[in-house]
Design a protein around this ligand. Structure first.
Ligand code: C5P
Length: 415
């Protein structure tokens, strides 16, 4: 995430139980080279101390509009203008209401009123408070004012027995969203949102058994699919990632289903429907062994060489693309790994598979794409071909998810 290097972030910490997660946000932002200046509301100081926030941010922590020393040295106007981005986390129902109403009676709200910089908020509150018409009205107002949102997520609340939508986004998601904000502007012209959307992604290779210890596989690392899942989660989607065997950890906030074979991948992907967007980044083995042995095949001087009979695997992308309307995801995206005539083959593949977009990439050995961190892709749609410059796989993922979110919003309305 080189895009975070030297960025100046003002983090406004609101008064909610999720405030403790901000310590992790500060730590991760600092690790990536951001300068983080923190403002604690009066209520936030009940949950985290200026001392711990200051130790992690390595900067003075600001707490009150009428702290005259701070006001003389920095001033809330300059504070708000010096930043590249203002992040509010946790954004409580009260803070959101004050923002929507234009209040400026403490340092946090004064900075938010005085700023001309982008603002990202991570709401966190009890599910009933989030669902309350007043909060929803305020959220609509804030979105219309251009405030960006991450979360809230669904899940267990800190209060015992409470669950629903209202959990603050995880620190990793918030940091990924901030990185996304500072990403390649050319790819992020229409940010959109995926809150309330379900995104299904396949990733990695499949392993097709020959016997209990041997299998047919390919060199896919799963990196691109995992990066897509992280990017979709960072935009607020519910994400199901169906992955073949890879050595990657679960991305934060993503439901990961680990499978071995193409048949299992198809079953898991189909069972995960309905989805709004489905992206098939897996390098599914084309064939499986129909006569796989139940016991390990012995090699012996006299034994005949084993003969493997191959049958074709189901085409998951094609199967889901050809589902009837209503069951088919609104946007189906396939990948095409080619070693020659990349775009020409991708165009044909888009038609034959019945998907909406194909992300085509050159995987000839000289490119180092397979297993590597960088990728050069071409997005083939019904409208034409976009050639994207070479970039790392996370940036490809961020760009593609942003593009998919904008497309979904334009074709089906907001979530
Ligand atoms: O292997 P092929 O070039 O046909 O892969 C193109 C796209 O189809 C990829 O998105 C891949 O994930 C998907 N695919 C699939 N099931 C298969 C083969 C490919 O979903 N059996």
């Amino acid at each position: 995430m080189a895009e975070l290097q030297s960025k100046r972030i003002v983090l406004i910490i609101g008064g909610g139980i999720a405030a403790y997660k901000c310590l992790e946000v500060i730590r991760r932002l600092r690790e990536r080279g951001c300068a983080v200046r923190c403002i604690l509301t009066r209520a936030a100081q009940q949950f985290v101390t200026p001392l711990s926030v200051g130790a992690l941010s390595n900067d003075a922590v600001l707490t009150d509009l009428f702290d005259l020393d701070a006001e003389r040295e920095i001033g809330h106007i300059r504070l708000s203008r010096d930043a590249d981005l203002i992040v509010v986390a946790p954004a409580t129902a009260d803070l959101m209401a004050k923002m929507a109403g234009g209040h400026a009676d403490d340092l946090a709200t004064a900075v938010l009123m005085a700023t001309d910089k982008p603002v990202l908020i991570a709401p966190a509150m009890n599910p009933r408070m989030w669902a309350h018409p007043a909060t929803q009205r305020n959220a609509t107002t804030l979105r219309a004012d251009g405030i960006q949102f991450i979360g809230p997520n669904a899940g267990e609340m800190a209060e015992r027995g409470e669950s629903g939508v209202g959990r603050m986004a995880e620190p990793a998601e918030i940091v990924a969203r901030i990185a996304h904000h500072f990403g390649d502007e050319a790819l992020h012209t229409t940010p959109g949102t995926l809150a309330g959307r379900h995104v299904l992604i396949t990733a990695g290779p499949t392993h097709e058994p020959i016997d209990p210890v041997r299998y047919i596989a390919n060199r896919s690392s799963g990196k691109q699919g995992f990066a897509l899942a992280a990017a979709a989660a960072a935009m607020g989607a519910n994400v199901t990632l169906v992955s073949g065997p890879v050595g990657l950890p679960d991305p934060a906030g993503v439901r990961v289903l680990r499978v071995e074979t193409a048949t299992e991948m198809l079953a898991a992907a189909t069972a995960a429907l309905p989805a709004d967007i489905a992206i098939f980044a897996a390098a599914v083995a084309d064939w499986r062994v129909s006569n796989a042995a139940d016991e390990k095949i012995k090699k012996g001087a006299k034994a005949a060489l084993p003969k493997l009979e191959l049958v074709e695997n189901p085409d998951i992308l094609s199967a889901i693309s050809h589902l009837p309307p209503g069951q088919r995801p609104a946007l189906v995206i396939g990948f095409a790994a080619e070693t020659e005539h990349v775009v020409e083959h991708a165009r044909k593949k888009r038609k034959s598979k019945g998907c909406d977009w194909i992300v085509a990439n050159d995987v000839s050995p000289a490119t180092g794409v397979m297993g590597g961190n960088r990728n050069t892709v071409h997005i083939v749609t019904a409208g034409g071909v976009e050639d994207w410059p070479e970039m790392d796989k996370q940036k490809v993922a961020d760009g593609l998810i942003a593009r998919a979110a904008a497309h979904l919003e334009a074709t089906t309305g907001s979530a």
